[in-house]
Design a protein around this ligand. Structure first.
Ligand code: ADP
Length: 301
């Protein structure tokens, strides 16, 4: 099959691994930088041009759209969908997953366990906001943050008040969340492909750190997840409409709670930790599912 990997950088571990895994399975794999694609959106013959030529004959694409290029990246994915090219994750699902508030509202509506969470933009009613999530300790998150930056643990009411007020000064959208102490600085990443958890790992923060992000010095280990964690991960991916997803959860006293569902989950941590050929499994999924015209949205979303 002719398969495009939409990625800005060929040298990224995930991109390199996908290319390698696809070639190994006998596919014609091309890496396409979505930011270098240009297209005619008004024509009856939707097309994408890249480096002076039209992109033709693709059976499927694997979108690896970074958070900073969601807007243009999803437009390119949508154009492929309009051309009847199968996308492993659909453009609407990617956009949906990038909106943290919308994602949490959708998951909550379907009964997925979440940490008790409040959203705010610029309220002066800090005390009421703190009460809304059950008081302190709590975690305040800047919505625009990634890799644990902008995630603050406030142990006391005073600390929580100062942090929330500081974020208000920055006019940032914030999320105020119950602190899951019993997770003890660890979270679980489940890698879901086509409705199955294919690999999972536990990430644990460094000494004295409640954030488990690898970028913040966290370490990953292989774990055996519980049936409840498995079904939560699968359901969360399904609700988001993602065929490939990284579901991040915390182990709380009241079962697994989902923090985030990622539409371009990295392969390096999960493959190196579990020794599984996750990239190969993504291609296996494409081989079974990529048929022309199978994209539900056809770029209309
Ligand atoms: P980012 O998306 O920037 O990585 P997260 O929301 O994933 O931010 O938070 C970073 C880390 O902080 C998580 O991996 C987890 O270990 C920890 N953490 C986040 N929220 C909570 C919470 N409500 N209770 C306990 N730990 C949390």
């Amino acid at each position: 099959m002719k398969i495009g990997i939409l990625s800005r950088k060929e040298s990224l571990y995930s991109t390199t691994r996908l290319k390698e895994a696809g070639i190994k399975r006998g596919h014609d794999v091309r890496i396409i930088n979505p930011l270098r694609c240009y297209m005619n959106i008004t024509s009856h013959h939707p097309a994408i041009h890249y480096k002076g030529e039209e992109l033709l004959g693709f059976d499927a694409i694997i979108p690896r759209i970074g958070a900073s290029i969601t807007f243009y990246g999803t437009a390119v994915v949508r154009q492929f969908e309009m051309m009847d090219v199968y996308s492993v994750n659909e453009s609407v699902a990617i956009s949906r997953s990038r909106d943290k508030l919308r994602s949490m509202q959708l998951l909550a509506r379907r009964g997925i366990g979440l940490p008790v969470t409040g959203f705010a933009h610029a309220t002066k009613f800090t005390s009421d906001l703190i009460n809304l999530v059950g008081g302190t300790p709590l975690v305040v998150k800047m919505l625009e943050g990634t890799q644990g930056i902008g995630v603050v643990l406030a142990e006391t009411r005073k600390a929580a008040q100062s942090v929330i007020e500081a974020f208000r000064g920055l006019k940032a959208n914030i999320l105020v969340q119950e602190y899951i102490r019993e997770a003890r600085g660890s979270d679980i990443r489940c890698f879901v492909i086509g409705g199955k958890v294919v690999a999972s790992m536990m990430r644990t923060g460094g000494e004295g750190e409640f954030r488990s992000n690898i970028h913040r010095g966290g370490k990953a280990t292989m774990i055996r997840i519980t049936p409840e964690e498995r079904s939560t991960a699968v359901r969360a991916a399904k609700i988001m409409g993602l065929n490939v997803a990284g579901v991040d959860m915390l182990r709380s006293n009241h079962g697994p709670v989902v923090m985030e569902v990622n539409s371009s989950p990295g392969l390096e941590g999960i493959e190196k930790t579990t020794g599984k050929d996750v990239a190969g499994l993504i291609f296996e999924f494409i081989e079974k599912n990529a048929k022309p015209g199978k994209t539900r949205t056809r770029g209309k979303g």
